[in-house]
Design a protein around this ligand. Structure first.
Ligand code: GDP
Length: 431
């Protein structure tokens, strides 16, 4: 999907505008990092166009240290990835020196910029916006994010500038993101995979952004498979500059997860599964992507410890239930299995089962373990894929207990090897 980033100085009303665009009522309107950080990407649509709307914290280009500089860095990543930038300003204050500094910075970006002037609660009287011509970003659009005024016209202008097909979509190879906390070994693995598979790092067909680290190819029983490896590890030049900055990697990770089919989550065999790993796993799940876990640094631990970490993965990532593969990115042990492993996860993610087969399978489940008295499952079918979703048609769907749904879900997971994907099972009325 094309990316639209909303940037601006602190307190100009970015979160209010985003809430307005997403038609949600969240009270997240602070410029404090952390409030928007975990929900930076949001799927939005307008006039038939879909895009990812990226929230950023307040941008303060002159900030060199501290929180402001980290938030600014985060905003720069968003700018770097964006197709269209929505530069939001405050009619009551500006144009300020801060607005001008942001405008100067945006001029260096290849993305298109739309200028919006917020807090014009009476857009009929929008004379104040004229001063904003001085920013050199074209016609300023008057809006009131709080009251929802002018937002439709603003979105029209944004949507008109979206690329027909985003650059990355030119290559329809499946995408693999290697994600995880800092220092789990992402770069080491990425380099090893790219080296071993003789990737064409700089000339991946149709990709212009540095979000792609390279292309890999491997032999399977059925022929060759190719993947794009997304860069989340700081292999690219810009990423290297800012390496070690958590905001940066967090946003980059979110972007890569959303652009991927399968995310490989690296965990550290020495440390085991920790809170940071669970956060990334949750993000993979919430974005509806598939996940395989690589337990890295196996050269540093005993086989007992490896088993323990694998059990930890199974016990703690209970929604996606991913399988784990022990590797050492450093020595290369197990690395030859990484792509076939990813391929199995991807196959689960894309599962499609013929209708009659699901119907028969669920019938057999019902025979073995019937739902509560009076509830009848009449029919079952697959209703979606990536990730696979199933619907049970029942006479009284609301009376089907959660644990029965889970029983069906688990059986489907076992039967079709749906490890590392969210299996959706819903009950609906058969009438
Ligand atoms: P990233 O931040 O996730 O990209 O992590 P890096 O790839 O930069 O690795 C962090 C550190 O862990 C480096 O010093 C690596 O050499 C080391 N490392 C990575 N993989 C392994 C491994 O399999 N075994 C051992 N012993 N060290 C590793």
């Amino acid at each position: 999907l094309p990316v639209v980033a909303v940037v601006g100085a602190p307190n100009v009303g970015k979160s209010s505008l985003i809430n307005r665009i997403l038609r949600r009522r969240d009270a997240v309107v602070s410029d404090q990092p952390g409030t928007t950080r975990d929900r930076s990407y949001n799927r939005a649509d307008w006039a038939g166009a879909e895009f990812d709307l990226v929230d950023t914290g307040g941008m303060v280009p002159r900030a060199k240290v501290g929180l402001e500089s980290l938030v600014t860095l985060q905003a720069r990543v968003a700018v770097e990835e964006a197709d269209v930038i929505l530069h939001l300003t405050d009619a009551r204050l500006g144009p300020t020196e801060a607005d001008a500094a942001i405008a100067r910075e945006l001029r260096r970006s290849p993305a298109k910029v739309v200028l919006a002037v917020n807090k014009l609660d009476n857009p009929a009287d929008d004379t104040e916006r004229h001063g904003f011509h001085s920013l050199g970003e074209g016609e300023p659009h008057a809006v009131s994010a709080i009251h929802g005024l002018g937002v439709g016209d603003l979105l029209d202008a944004v949507v008109a500038l979206l690329p027909e097909t985003p650059a990355e979509e030119d290559s329809d190879l499946p995408r693999l993101a290697i994600v995880g906390r800092p220092n789990v070994g992402k770069s080491t693995l990425l380099n090893r995979l790219l080296g071993a598979e003789r990737a064409v790092v700089s000339e991946v067909a149709g990709t212009t952004t540095d979000a792609v680290a390279g292309e890999v190819e491997f032999e399977t029983a059925g022929g060759r498979e190719r993947y794009l490896l997304l860069d989340t590890a700081g292999v690219s030049k810009t990423a290297r500059k800012a390496s070690g900055v958590p905001y940066y990697s967090s946003l980059r990770t979110s972007g890569a997860i959303r652009r991927s089919d399968v995310s490989l989550l690296l965990v550290d065999a020495v440390e085991g599964v920790v809170a940071g790993d669970l956060r990334v796993a949750r993000e993979i799940q919430e974005s509806g992507r598939a996940c395989g876990v690589l337990v890295n640094k196996r050269d540093l631990v005993s086989p007992d410890r490896l088993r323990e970490v694998a059990e930890g993965v199974a016990a703690r990532l209970t929604d996606l239930k991913p399988h784990s593969l022990p590797i050492s990115a450093l020595t290369g042990a197990g690395v030859e299995d990484v792509l076939p492993f990813a391929s199995r996860v991807r196959a689960a993610y894309r599962l499609r089962v013929p209708t009659h087969e699901i119907a028969e399978f669920v019938n057999a489940l019902v025979d073995r373990n019937a739902p509560p008295r009076g509830v009848k499952i009449r029919y079952a079918t697959q209703t979606g894929t990536t990730p696979p979703r199933f619907t049970l048609f029942a006479n009284r769907p609301d009376d089907l207990p959660d644990n029965y749904i889970r029983y069906v879900e688990n059986a489907l997971r076992e039967r079709y090897d749906l490890w590392g994907v969210a299996v959706g099972v819903k009950a609906r009325s058969s009438r």
